[in-house]
Design a protein around this ligand. Structure first.
Ligand SMILES: Cc1cc2nc3c(=O)[nH]c(=O)nc-3n(C[C@H](O)[C@H](O)[C@H](O)COP(=O)(O)OP(=O)(O)OC[C@H]3O[C@@H](n4cnc5c(N)ncnc54)[C@H](O)[C@@H]3O)c2cc1C
Length: 325
């Protein structure tokens, strides 16, 4: 048998995907616009999946063709390589943006799709007088991304309010995890590898709407005082080491305002790297390596990236910053 040529196989896969209802297929789509830092090369396949049925069929098909996948939420905690992503990048659409609120006594259950924006959920909870999500005000991601990253702020994390998670394996099989079956850690939910989060149930409590709204407003003001605004970024680049802050260490190493190309370590908060316009992922990584090296040299502390690296990183073989995807 003559092996199928690569281009022929790609064309046949694209054609098969185009037949799946609820799936929008793009090839060679640049990913920069889909990330908060506005950096990143093209995805071989960029797939916007509208509903669960489409997700199942897409995953089965990609698996049968041996195509790797990665999920993109709001792209607010990722750095996509300048070379882009080989394989398929999936974004969840319409059906994954639904939310259902149920009140029982003083308790509130929110069943929310993974693509729902966290900021909208926080505001909606405040308007209804439901407490528990205030800490997440200003976290610019999706519910799915927040769950995967165990997003947190001001001493609390999403794990505290998670009740149940629905998802799919990379082969399209439905999975469900109860709170007790999950092991969260700092900025990670340690889900089984390849899990796609489709819906999350959160447990909140009833409170007075004006008090919830006041707490949210206070945290908005606090965030405005401490975080840089104006230039695209990916939030905190490094995890805080135990008992310290990555931003404090990078600042103490004298690196605030350091630039490589069009990427800059923020003057305001040294754990943020800003895209001053046209920055490359390689420049951001080199700044991260510089920060890691200086902090290690001066304080003997190893900074670990908080952001997830997506795509092909040929330079990662010799770089100090480990790749995580
Ligand atoms: C200005 C700014 C402030 C920030 N402040 C905070 C903060 O206070 N606290 C905090 O914790 N974070 C913060 N972040 C980081 C980021 O917003 C959070 O980590 C957020 O939860 C990421 O969600 P996302 O949808 O953008 O995920 P993405 O960045 O798109 O993805 C993050 C990871 O999750 C995976 N993923 C996304 N969706 C799914 C899914 N449905 N199923 C499976 N995997 C998925 C991706 O593959 C990737 O590995 C900040 C970022 C910015 C830019």
């Amino acid at each position: 048998m003559v092996p199928m040529k690569k281009e022929t196989a790609q064309t046949s896969l694209t054609e098969e995907m185009c037949l799946i209802p609820g799936l929008k297929v793009r090839t060679g789509e640049p990913l920069a616009p889909y990330t908060s830092i506005k950096i990143g090369g093209p995805a071989d396949y960029f797939l916007e999946v509208e509903d669960r049925a489409a997700l199942t069929r897409t995953l089965e098909l990609l698996h049968s063709h041996g195509i790797g996948i990665c999920l993109l939420g709001k792209g607010s905690n990722v750095l996509v390589s300048d070379l882009g992503v080989r394989g398929a990048v999936l974004r969840l659409g319409r059906e994954f943006q639904q939310v259902l609120w149920t009140e029982k006594g003083g308790e509130v259950l929110v069943l929310v799709g993974a693509a729902y924006p966290v900021s909208r959920l926080v505001r909606e909870a405040a308007r209804r007088g439901h407490s528990g999500l205030e800490f997440a005000e200003g976290i610019p991601g999706s519910v799915g991304g927040a769950l995967v990253m165990n997003a947190g702020a001001y001493g609390t994390e999403i794990e505290k309010i998670v009740d149940r998670v629905e998802g799919m394996t990379s082969r399209g099989q439905v999975i469900e995890l109860q709170r007790g079956e999950m092991v969260f850690s700092y900025r990670s939910s340690n889900l089984p590898p390849g899990t796609i989060v489709t819906r999350v149930q959160l447990r909140l409590v009833k409170d007075k709407a004006e008090e919830v709204a006041l707490r949210v407003r206070e945290l908005v003001a606090k965030r405005k005082r401490s975080q840089p605004s104006g230039y695209p970024n990916s939030g905190s680049m490094f995890r805080n080491p135990p008992g310290d802050y990555a931003g404090r260490l990078i600042e103490a190493a004298g690196l605030k305002g350091s630039r490589i190309g069009r990427a800059e370590i923020s003057q305001r908060h040294a754990n943020f790297i800003l895209n001053l316009g046209g920055a490359k992922a390689g420049e951001v990584r080199r700044l991260m390596e510089m920060a890691r090296t200086e902090v290690r040299k001066r304080f003997g502390i190893e900074l670990e990236p908080e952001i997830r690296f997506l795509g092909e990183w040929p330079e990662s073989k010799q770089s100090g910053v480990p790749r995580n995807e």
